[in-house]
Design a protein. Sequence first.
Length: 89
Amino acid sequence: MKKFVVALALCAMVVPAINAQDNGKKKDLHCAVMPQDKVDVKKATKAKLFSDYKGNRYYFCCAGCKPAFDKDPAKYKDADHVPIPKKKG
């Protein structure tokens, strides 16, 4: 019984940690220029509201942020980003 309780407690700690990783993808991304604003990645991708810089993709909350980022991307290098997605096919 003691082993069962220890195993159950271990599972209770490990499972949430695995779910939080989500394959290395962030669940909530924020705009690279206006970090207080969250970005819907699907909508931003469809609207082409992103820029690639040094192997990473940075997303924006609106059309005004992309030109600001593109003017000086190094200024925003520490902003939320994801690795550039690999092309399928």
